[in-house]
Design a protein around this ligand. Structure first.
Ligand code: NAD
Length: 331
């Protein structure tokens, strides 16, 4: 091992360059190793001397943690921490950190891009013109955007940014979010029923969990009085895809913009692949050169902060507070 005071291991990652991470650890004179391993035995072997880990997909189990006597911090690239046994980490005093907000701008802008593309039918017309069809009537009816109502299902970081952007187009915004008491920026807080009945555009921004799986299904589509556009840039299984396809076929909704699907990538026989009023993208909402660069920098910083005796930007396992292996200063 090199003479550096600290050793940090990236267990695995799917990005080509680790320049940002390297810069962060070079600054503090720590050694950085990119392991690219996923098997339990390999993880134990390669991370045994590590003071901190950065992780993407490799499963960090209790057994792995029990064999890493020096590890004080695991930082996950991104929001989800499914790859990490949180209870084991907490029991052993290992801090788990994530970066919950590196792509808010990207997802919010992607959502608004989908609303505008579907409402103005730009993707449809592009396809028409390139097929030698120069006739705007092929795309009618087209409705004015100004004065329409957007209903947000979930109004956290991304929902709020969507609201800000779409307001510039003269669109009213309301939201159903059972976990907030008040909302800023002229957004009306209401119930799910009202969002379903009174929205011209509906956009989903809640997390996927047991209570939101198939939150939008047949019953909910039946309530959509204004044949809205449905946008989902959150997680595919929040919408029951069979009911969504039926709603598109029956005209209960006038179109859908989907960055996420129940099955990714979709089955080639999925009928939505052939629907002109369905706009699809391959779960790219999070991505920009800037968001990934920020993600890498902030993930590395979560580790370097702990190694310097400070709390990282975002602690996932709050139960670790008071029993960390790392000595964290209180100021
Ligand atoms: P957030 O935690 O800031 O906001 C989520 C909001 O949903 C919260 O206000 C919460 O109260 C609300 N909520 C929870 N349960 C709800 C329910 N049953 N009904 C209605 N609202 C409910 O999260 P965020 O940063 O705004 O991200 C939202 C979602 O976007 C994430 O959960 C993730 O699934 C998705 N996402 C997608 C991409 C992508 O690439 N497409 C990237 C990042 C995030």
């Amino acid at each position: 091992m090199a003479s550096s005071e600290h050793r940090v291991v990236i267990t695995d990652c799917d990005h080509g360059s680790i320049q940002e991470e390297k810069e962060e650890f070079d600054r503090m004179g720590a050694e950085l190793l990119l392991a690219q391993v996923r098997e339990e035995e390999d993880l134990i072997h390669v991370c045994r001397e590590a003071d901190g880990l950065i992780n993407q997909y490799a499963l960090l189990t209790r057994r792995v943690f029990e064999n890493l006597p020096k590890c004080k911090i695991v930082a996950r690239y991104g929001v989800g921490v499914d790859s990490i046994d949180l209870r084991a980490a907490t029991d052993l005093g290992i801090i788990v950190a994530n970066v919950p907000d590196y792509c808010i701008d990207e997802v919010a802008s992607h959502t608004v891009a989908m609303i505008l593309t579907l409402a103005r039918k730009t993707a449809f017309f592009d396809h028409q013109v390139k097929s030698n069809q120069w006739d705007f009537r092929k795309g009618v009816p087209i409705h004015r955007i100004q004065g329409k109502t957007l209903g947000l299902i979930g109004c956290g970081k991304i929902g709020l940014e969507v609201a800000k952007r779409i307001s510039a187009f003269g669109v009213e915004v309301m939201t159903f979010d059972p976990y907030i008491q008040r909302v800023e920026g002229g957004i009306k807080l209401t119930d799910l029923e009202t969002v379903l009945r009174k929205s011209d555009f509906i956009s989903i921004h809640c997390p996927l969990n047991d209570s939101t799986r198939h939150l939008i299904g047949e019953k909910e589509f039946q309530k959509m009085e204004r044949s809205p556009l449905l946008i989902n840039t959150s997680r595919g299984p929040i919408v029951d895809e069979k009911s969504l396809i039926q709603a598109l076929l029956n005209g209960l909704i006038s179109g859908a913009g989907l960055d996420v699907l129940e099955t990714e990538p979709p089955d080639p026989k999925n009928p939505m692949l052939k629907m002109e009023n369905v706009l699809l993208s391959p779960h790219v909402g999070f991505y920009s050169e800037e968001s990934i660069s920020e993600l890498k920098r902030r993930t590395a910083r979560n580790v370097s902060e702990v190694l310097k005796g400070k709390w990282p930007g975002s602690v996932v396992n709050q139960g670790v507070i008071g029993k960390t292996r790392a000595t964290i200063s209180m100021d």
